[in-house]
Write a protein that binds this ligand. Structure first.
Ligand SMILES: Cc1cc2nc3c(=O)[nH]c(=O)nc-3n(C[C@H](O)[C@H](O)[C@H](O)COP(=O)(O)OP(=O)(O)OC[C@H]3O[C@@H](n4cnc5c(N)ncnc54)[C@H](O)[C@@H]3O)c2cc1C
Length: 306
């Protein structure tokens, strides 16, 4: 379903993010967790996109499999990294043919294990260029929906490390939205004040599209370190860090602290009129299910079925 129709149907969207598994064993775990999360009837799910090589095919394969074999509505991530316009055109054609409705258009992380990568060789330098290209594709009537793909872009409540000037950064975000984005999905954050401030700054800048909040429960200390690396610059509030330190040697206690924190963040966001919450699931279902259950989400939010 086109993202504009999803926002029209769901007063608050609830969505889940997966990454494509690399091994057979990881795939089995993911599909079990997907089956469990499917019963929560999310508004949509999204699938991340790697920096190169075979992992990119895995995104396409997972998206098409979700589309064909589940009731979930998959949104592939797509990045500018290592792509020429013809590659993107061919990917869009395949997704249009598979009936995929929406795409998250991103700049993309630079490949860690690809020596000799030169960003200047990519056809698109910023996510905004990719949005413009998808918009042009949409005008070509190549998609079964006459509006073409719904388009999402990334937002960074705590700022993006490549643009320390926050005024410039918001200008870039506004320009990217003006290219034709339908919504913004944010980087994970642990202090809702950062999200509310970002939402207000977007409002002041004249950005009118819905902003979905990215929430990732800490479920282990090693996971938290990985998160800090992925979401460079993310601020870990002292209250959260203190609670995790108290739990230190007890994996269950760490998990409980992380899930409780994410639950409280989500409760506060819902109370403050958030347009959507996007759960970074790390391909697991337990934490998201627990948050849903603690918040009575299925009872309190009109969730679209089927
Ligand atoms: C929800 C979400 C999902 C993500 N999924 C993936 C994924 O699947 N795969 C992946 O590789 N990465 C993913 N990322 C990471 C993301 O691609 C990187 O953080 C990337 O560095 C920034 O992406 P962007 O789309 O904001 O890029 P851009 O909008 O291109 O911004 C990147 C930087 O360039 C600056 N900029 C933008 N426009 C201009 C301009 N006109 N002139 C000068 N500077 C400009 C911005 O201020 C920013 O600092 C995700 C991030 C988020 C928040």
């Amino acid at each position: 379903m086109h993202i504009r129709d999803i926002f029209a149907a769901d007063s608050t969207t609830l969505s889940f993010e997966f990454f494509p598994p690399k091994t057979e064993a990881d795939s089995l775990v993911l599909y079990e967790n997907i089956a469990s999360l499917e019963t929560l009837h999310p508004s949509f799910v999204s699938v991340t996109y790697g920096a190169g090589g075979g992992t990119r095919e895995l995104t396409h394969n997972l998206v098409v499999r979700l589309k064909k074999t589940t009731n979930l509505d998959p949104t592939p991530h797509l990045t500018c990294v290592c792509h020429q316009a013809a590659d993107i055109q061919s990917i869009l054609e395949k997704y249009a043919e598979a009936g995929v409705s929406n795409i998250l258009a991103l700049g993309g992380d630079p490949p860690r294990d690809l020596t000799g990568y030169v960003k200047a060789n990519d056809a698109f330098q910023q996510a905004g260029d990719l949005v413009r290209f998808i918009r042009k594709f949409n005008d070509s009537d190549a998609h079964p929906d006459k509006r073409g793909f719904g388009i999402g872009v990334a937002g960074f409540p705590e700022g993006h490390p490549a643009t320390p000037n926050r005024l410039d950064e918001l200008d870039h975000l506004k320009a990217k939205v003006d290219e034709g984005a339908d919504y913004i999905c944010t980087q994970l954050f642990f202090d809702n004040r950062d999200f509310y401030d970002f939402r207000e700054r977007c409002e002041l800048a004249g950005i009118r599209v819905p902003i979905i909040a990215g929430i990732m429960p800490v479920t282990s200390l090693s996971g938290m370190k990985r998160m800090a690396q992925l979401a460079l610059g993310a601020h870990f509030p002292a209250r959260l860090t203190k609670a995790l330190q108290r739990a230190q040697d007890d994996a269950t206690a760490v998990r409980n602290v992380g899930i409780h924190w994410a639950t409280e963040q989500s409760r506060d966001l819902l109370d403050n009129g958030v347009k959507g919450i996007h759960f970074y699931t790390l391909n697991r279902s337990d934490a998201t299910r627990q948050i849903y259950s603690s918040l009575g989400l299925r009872d309190s939010i009109p969730v679209r079925r089927g």
